[in-house]
Ligand binder design. Structure first.
Ligand code: CP
Ligand code: NVA
Length: 309
């Protein structure tokens, strides 16, 4: 299938640059419409969505459910104890049942293979709401936020400081499609997936740097980005990680090194005093709340795209 006609939204680099930029444009358009108070654009009228969560969530759950309903649809929340994916029932059976009721399936899961299996067995679009490997909806919202604040994503320098995790993988996969400068500064042993880094470097679209020196990395940054040091599923490693990640906290001094034009971003939830200081989250250069708001608008456009609007 052509890059623009894929059924599912699983990885940003499944799509070509034109499609990604088109989705971001549509996000801005529908955002403006919704912000104007307009409530008559109801493309999802008569449509339903299942939302599978095997992990906790605030933003993903509320933004998907609210966005789908504001555009006329009805969303059904399935929490960790409801369908017990892989335990009470096999993923491939869940996919084949839900797609007979619903027009779209959104899922947040542990193993990336689970989202691939859902997509393989579902006849309706599957949207990735985070896996252990990536978080494409988040990075689409982040791209929208950067475009709103800086005017463009192309050519900007985004410096992520912390764990080379699912957020980093989605930044990398975006960098395989849209040209910008992406730097990941992480402790030794916590680098992002090597194969992914290699693939993105080979795509030759963006400048990619993986480093262990946050102070040097942030210089000239347009955006300094942070995320938790222990992701969902790694909370028992939190204490150990707190030791290893010392020196990777985004604090006022690091933001000063980044320079006066640098914005601070964080996908949230943030652990203040750990990966970021309270002062940075609350600073005028912090855009974490507009960023969180854009989850809904980016996802509305993603759903419009996969549903063929
Ligand atoms: N950023 C994000 O995905 O937040 P939730 O875990 O609250 O959904
Ligand atoms: N890396 C974090 C992102 C949360 C939105 C996690 O997976 O827990």
């Amino acid at each position: 299938k052509a890059n623009s006609e894929l059924k599912d939204f699983l990885h940003i680099n499944d799509f070509d640059k034109d499609t990604i930029l088109k989705i971001l444009d549509q996000a801005a358009e529908v955002k403006a419409l919704l912000k104007s108070g307009e409530r008559t654009y109801l493309p999802f009228k008569g449509k339903t969505m299942s939302m599978i969560f095997t992990k906790p969530s605030m933003r993903t759950r509320v933004s998907f459910e609210t966005g789908f309903s504001l555009l006329g649809g009805h969303a059904i929340y399935l929490g960790p104890n409801d369908i017990q994916m892989g335990k009470r029932e096999e993923t491939r059976d869940i996919a084949r049942v839900l797609c007979r009721y619903n027009d779209i399936i959104m899922a947040r899961v542990f193993a990336h293979q689970d989202i691939l299996d859902l997509a393989k067995y579902s006849t309706v679009p599957v949207v990735n709401g985070l896996t252990d490997y990536n978080h494409p909806c988040q990075i689409m919202a982040d791209a929208l936020t950067i475009i709103e604040h800086i005017g463009h994503l192309e050519g900007t320098k985004v410096v992520y400081v912390g764990d080379g995790n699912n957020i980093v993988h989605s930044w990398l996969l975006l960098a395989a499609v849209v040209p910008f400068h992406f730097v990941c500064a992480c402790p030794k042993g916590f680098e992002p997936d090597k194969e992914t880094v290699e693939k993105v470097r080979q795509a030759g679209i963006s400048k990619i740097e993986i480093t262990n020196d946050p102070k040097e990395a942030v210089q000239g940054a347009d955006v300094v980005y942070s995320d938790v040091w222990a992701s969902m599923g790694q909370k028992e490693e939190a204490e150990h990680r707190r030791q290893v990640f010392k020196g990777f906290q985004v604090d006022e001094a690091l933001m000063k090194l980044a320079g006066p034009k640098a914005y601070f971003m964080h996908c949230l939830p943030a652990e203040r005093g750990t990966e970021v200081t309270d002062g940075v989250v609350e600073a005028p250069y912090s855009i974490v709340f507009p960023q969180a708001e854009n989850r809904m608008h980016a996802q509305n456009a993603i759903m419009l795209h996969v549903l063929g609007f």
